[in-house]
Design a protein around this ligand. Structure first.
Ligand SMILES: [Zn+2]
Length: 302
């Protein structure tokens, strides 16, 4: 982009051409009646015979009367008012008075990055809680600029990579960690936006590498007939496909409905046949508290 202002000290003879009074850089070091140097507000433009007051944003032609116009402008009532106003206002980080050549301040640059993050969140309808994680992500990614410059990713590629790359790797690592170890399972059902019923299994185990107990997602499986037999088969399938036995399960946490915890043929009863030493840790405490609260409040209704 061609600059709006001429750089101080450069030859302005060509810009000014054949006008009577040509620009002189020495004018900037003279002062007006107010004692302020002209350079505090005046800039030579890359136009013939014109400079600009960057405070009033006014073009001042000097071709006819030379530097006299600068003194005249500095004495102008409007200019004085603008200078006074400037003295009593502090600029916001984004407010740049001289647009063309001013180096952009760090505050402006940081502000620009923030606006980009906010705009991205708004455009893609994301959560505001993602703002700081997004900053961390871009910071980490920017460390390898040359790889970043070669990066592109379609949505099908991202989906494939998540399912068959990261997901598969994660699953195989988890199942190899569980081999020969004891663990607890937490099972619950949910309904997807497609109205499919899905059984979700979390596993809680002691991780030797990290030396602490971790809870991780173990598997999710679609079960549209959610009876006790189907659920038991699904869970057994999940265990077998990971090369695990029910013997390794310390406890099984699930909600209190009959399908799950029915005494005769509930999922827990069926699994207990294969692992009689399964701990009885009762059902989901949240549901129990909710039921107790409902029972407590019922006499007061109406
Ligand atoms: Zn002015």
């Amino acid at each position: 982009m061609e600059s709006l202002f001429a750089e101080e000290g450069t030859d302005t003879g060509q810009i000014d051409g054949k006008i009577k009074n040509k620009w002189r850089w020495a004018w900037l070091d003279e002062a007006g009646d107010d004692g302020k140097l002209f350079r505090t507000w005046c800039k030579k433009m890359t136009l013939s015979g014109v400079c600009m007051c960057v405070i009033c944003h006014k073009k001042i032609p000097y071709g006819g009367n030379g530097k006299k116009v600068l003194a005249r402008h500095s004495a102008d009532a409007k200019h004085k008012a603008a200078v006074r106003a400037l003295k009593h206002t502090s600029s916001l980080p984004g407010a740049v008075t001289v647009t063309a050549e001013a180096p952009i301040s760090m505050a402006d640059r940081v502000c620009n990055q923030k606006v980009r993050i906010c705009a991205f969140i708004a455009e893609h309808d994301l959560l505001f809680t993602l703002a700081q994680p997004l900053v961390k992500l871009v910071t980490a990614m920017a460390e390898d600029r040359s790889a970043l410059s070669r990066l592109s990713m379609s949505n099908t590629h991202a989906s494939y990579l998540s399912t068959h790359g990261i997901g598969a790797q994660f699953k195989s690592e988890l199942s190899s960690k569980l081999q020969g170890h004891m663990f607890s399972l937490t099972v619950d059902e949910s309904t997807t936006t497609n109205m499919d019923r899905v059984v979700n299994v979390l596993v809680r185990y002691f991780d030797d590498d990290r030396q602490k107990v971790l809870t991780q997602h173990f598997a999710s499986s679609k079960v549209n007939i959610a009876d006790a037999n189907t659920l038991t088969h699904t869970l057994t399938d999940i265990m077998q496909s990971n090369g695990l036995d029910w013997d390794q399960t310390v406890s099984l946490l699930m909600d209190n409905c009959n399908v799950m915890r029915g005494k005769k043929s509930g999922v827990e009863t069926q699994i207990r046949l294969q692992n009689p030493s399964l701990l009885d840790i009762s059902g989901a405490t949240v549901h129990m508290v909710s039921n107790v609260a409902k029972a407590l409040c019922s006499p007061f209704q109406g």
